[in-house]
Design a protein around this ligand. Structure first.
Ligand code: SPD
Length: 274
C-alpha cells in the first residue's frame, strides 16, 4: 500500500508519513479527528489534518511540557491542563506524588474518547481518580477559577481556529490570576523556525505578565522544524532551576535532571527571541 499522510507545515514545506491503515476518522462538532497507523511513528493523531501526536515521539513533547514546571515548584498539588485531550500531559503530571487533583479543560470530548480507544499508552492516565474533566471553552474555565492552581500547562494545538485564543495576552493574564501564590505556567510556544512572530509575542506577553519568565526547548521530529519551544511564567520559583530530588524521581525517556538544565540553554538564534 502506498498511502501517505501529508501536512503542509508551511506554505512551502511538507512532512509525509507513510500510512499502513486509517484507524478512525470522524467530524466532531469542532474538528476532524483522525487516527492513522503509520509505518514510522506508530499511531498518529491529527486534528483538522495537523499532527497532534504520534506514539513514537510524544514522550519528548509531553515530558518537556510537564516536568520543568512541576519539578521547579516546591509542592504542586492542584494542576490544570488546558487542551491535551490525548492524555499525554496528564500522564506526566500524575508521576508527581504531591499532585492531588488534575483538571483537564479540553474543548472537545471526542478527542478524549478517541484517544482512549486508539492511544491507550497516553490516555490510560484518564483512569486515575485524581483527574477531573471539564469539557468546553478552556479559556473561560481559566477565567472562572482564580487563585486555584499551583501549575497550569497549556497543551494547545497551533494558534489557528479554536486554539488561537490560547495564545492571546488576555488568556495569559487570566492564567496568572488562576495561579496560586508561587504558581507556574508552561505553554507550548511553537517553532523558532516557522512561528517566529508568534513565539516572540508569547515571550513579550510573559515578560510583561509574570515576574519570572523562561524559554526552553526539546526536539520533536514530527513538529515543524523538529525544534519545539515551551514558554514558562512563574510567580515564584525559577522554572529553569530543578529541585534535584523531584527531578530524580521522574524516570523519563527524555526528561532527566541534566536535560532539565540543558533545555534552558538556547542557541543564539533562539536567544534573540528570549
Ligand atoms: N504543530 C502541532 C503542535 C501541536 C502541539 N500540541 C499537541 C498536543 C499533544 N498533546
Amino acid at each position: 500500500m502506498n498511502l501517505w499522510f501529508s501536512e503542509d507545515q508551511t506554505p512551502n514545506m511538507r512532512i509525509g508519513l507513510r500510512i499502513e491503515e486509517v484507524l478512525h476518522r470522524e467530524r466532531s462538532p469542532y474538528q476532524e479527528i483522525t487516527v492513522y497507523e503509520t509505518a514510522e511513528f506508530g499511531r498518529l493523531l491529527t486534528l483538522d489534518d495537523i499532527i497532534m501526536t504520534t506514539e513514537r515521539d510524544e514522550f519528548v513533547y509531553h515530558e518537556m511540557l510537564a516536568h520543568p514546571a512541576l519539578v521547579a515548584h516546591p509542592e504542586p498539588r492542584q494542576v490544570l491542563v488546558v487542551g491535551g485531550g490525548d492524555g499525554g500531559t496528564v500522564r506526566e503530571v500524575l508521576k508527581h506524588p504531591t499532585v492531588e487533583r488534575v483538571v483537564l479543560a479540553e474543548l472537545d470530548e471526542r478527542v478524549v474518547e478517541v484517544s482512549k480507544l486508539y492511544l491507550p499508552s497516553l490516555a490510560h492516565a484518564f483512569d486515575d481518580p485524581r483527574v477531573e474533566f471539564r469539557f468546553g471553552d478552556g479559556a473561560l474555565y481559566v477565567a472562572e477559577h482564580p487563585n486555584e492552581f499551583d501549575v497550569i500547562l497549556v497543551d494547545s494545538p497551533d494558534p489557528v481556529g479554536p486554539g488561537a485564543v490560547l495564545f492571546s495576552e488576555a488568556f495569559y493574564r487570566t492564567c496568572r490570576a488562576a495561579l496560586r501564590p508561587g504558581g507556574i505556567i508552561t505553554v507550548q510556544s511553537e517553532s523558532p523556525w516557522f512561528n517566529r512572530e508568534q513565539l516572540w509575542a508569547t515571550r513579550r506577553y510573559f515578560r510583561e505578565i509574570f515576574p519570572v519568565s523562561r524559554l526552553h526547548w526539546a526536539p520533536v521530529p514530527t513538529y515543524p522544524g523538529g525544534f519545539w519551544t515551551f514558554t514558562s511564567g512563574s510567580l515564584g520559583p525559577d522554572p529553569k532551576e530543578p529541585r534535584e530530588e523531584a527531578a530524580l524521581r521522574i524516570h523519563g525517556r527524555y526528561y532527566s535532571l541534566e536535560i532539565h538544565r540543558a533545555a534552558f540553554v538556547l542557541p543564539p538564534f533562539v536567544k534573540e527571541l528570549a
